[in-house]
Design a protein. Structure first.
Length: 138
């Protein structure tokens, strides 16, 4: 049931907005769930995927393989390319296979703590702020 009269539920309009979305909105759409360990640690379910994140494919033909690094995030096609997920073409060359980020779990997401600091409400300053922040001594 529709509650907000200003938000459309028309399928064709939603598909149009999805496939014509600008890059900054595609970034949010291209989110992938975090692994169970990261989810418990940070209380965050999913994050936008980035290059050099370590992911594991959990759906489709390439699922269950070892953890691999994200080589490229191709926002125009809504896919990511992962280090070890490749196939051989007819002429013998190997190419990366595009996989949608929602079909992967993030296992190690670089500086995830720095991204989540505002959400976590952590009071400890990071290394960039430590020179500016000094405790008052009595």
């Amino acid at each position: 049931m529709k509650f907000n009269p200003f938000v459309t539920s028309d399928r064709s309009k939603n598909r149009k907005r999805h496939f014509n979305a600008p890059s900054h909105i595609r970034r949010k759409i291209m989110s992938s769930p975090l692994s169970k360990e990261l989810r418990q640690k940070y209380n965050v379910r999913s994050m936008p995927i980035r290059k050099d994140d370590e992911v594991q494919v959990v759906r489709g033909h390439y699922k269950g393989q070892q953890i691999g690094k994200v080589v490229q995030v191709y926002r125009k096609k809504y896919v990511i390319y992962i280090e070890r997920v490749q196939r051989e073409k007819a002429n013998g060359t190997t190419v990366h296979v595009g996989i949608h980020p929602s079909k992967c779990n993030q296992h190690h997401a670089g500086d995830l703590r720095r991204l989540l600091l505002p959400l976590l409400g952590d009071c400890n300053p990071g290394p960039a702020q430590s020179s500016l922040w000094t405790p008052i001594e009595e």
